[in-house]
Design a protein around this ligand. Structure first.
Ligand code: AMP
Ligand code: FES
Ligand code: ZN
Ligand code: ZN
Length: 311
């Protein structure tokens, strides 16, 4: 059994319990946590995500990624508060269990947690949407993005952080590359600046695999919910993720290289001609004042539709 590299640097000979193939790094459990937080700090600095002076709003779903992010940022001394959107998914008590997980986490960290209820804000839930349209799952993403942005502004935060990880980013990059989705390829960066009514959005876990994050969450015994959304319909995501896993298995480090080389080498080329690829101009919704591609925006139209439908 290999010995922990960081223990060795300190003159000790502890057996490693965790091996990180992409980094060729054998580590003991305590040093895995040290490595994880240092690497997170380096990622935040490398992409100029935010400084220690800024208050961060972490979008927490109750899953391993966002709870790990909240914990690690807090351990590093950042001022990070949580925001949870209650989507009203009763199947398998999903929303209820998710809310319990984020509440347990807030208590553990002694940090403020903002909870918004989709039904009272908008007049409908995700299951209500499901009864009306087959596109409810992608609308769920739209509503979440809309609310994260709106609430961050309402609550006075300048930065919103989400738990997207390397597996998410590499597999969606692969899917968009296979379809030559130039609009995506020209703007997908782990930091989106504050502009046109959007707050800054960051993905600090973009260099961590799902496996590394799970290991962190398990060592720290975070109260995360392992079940994913029971209504999730996106079948292509696991498909591309499986392909990336296979590549990673055969050639460790592929996910990280694929993603980082895209950011370094390919994105600047596509970004140069971004205006040509972006389909629609950004407007301001006349009803809610939020940035949108149509006016009234999609969320306002849904709100109107459900208000007209009665209880
Ligand atoms: P997903 O698209 O479900 O993989 O979620 C991606 C990220 O969005 C998560 O890591 C969270 O940061 C955020 N997120 C997802 N669901 C919620 C929710 N109900 N409330 C707040 N943030 C969420
Ligand atoms: Fe899309 Fe749950 S409805 S992930
Ligand atoms: Zn060690
Ligand atoms: Zn609107």
């Amino acid at each position: 059994m290999a010995r922990c590299r960081l223990c060795r640097n300190e003159g000790q000979r502890t057996p490693a319990e965790i091996y990180l193939p992409a980094h060729r790094l054998p580590l003991c459990r305590e040093h895995f946590l040290v490595w994880f937080e240092r690497y997170l700090e380096r990622t935040i600095k490398a992409f100029r995500m935010f400084s220690r002076k800024e208050k961060i709003l972490v979008a927490v779903s109750g899953g391993k990624d966002s709870l790990t992010l909240w914990q690690a940022l807090t351990s590093l001394g950042y001022e990070a508060d949580g925001l949870f959107i209650y989507l009203g998914i009763e199947e398998d008590s999903f929303s209820l269990l998710s809310r319990r997980a984020v509440e347990a986490m807030a208590e553990r960290l002694s940090r403020p947690l903002h909870i918004v209820d989709m039904k009272s804000e908008l007049g409908f839930t995700i299951p209500d949407l499901k009864k009306k349209t087959r596109k409810y799952c992608s609308l769920c993403g739209t509503v979440k993005r809309y609310y994260l942005n709106l609430l961050a502004k309402r609550l006075g935060y300048k930065v919103v952080a989400t738990g997207h990880n390397l597996d998410d980013e590499a597999s969606s990059l692969l899917g968009n590359l296979l379809n030559w989705n130039l609009k995506y390829l020209a703007k997908k960066y782990p930091v989106l600046p504050e502009e046109h009514g959007f707050v800054r959005k960051v993905k600090p876990l973009c260099r961590f695999t799902a496996r590394e994050i799970r290991t962190y969450a398990e060592i720290r015994k975070l109260p995360y919910l392992s079940e994913s959304c029971p209504l999730s319909e996106d079948a292509t995501r696991p498909f591309y993720a499986d392909i990336m896993d296979e590549l990673e298995e055969k050639a460790p480090g592929t996910k990280l290289r694929f993603y980082l080389d895209y950011l370094r080498k390919a994105l600047p080329l596509f970004a140069e001609r971004k205006e040509e690829f972006l389909e629609r101009e950004l407007l301001t919704c006349e009803t809610c004042g939020e940035p949108a591609v149509s006016s009234p925006c999609l969320v306002c139209r849904l709100k109107e539709e459900f208000a007209g439908a009665g209880p």
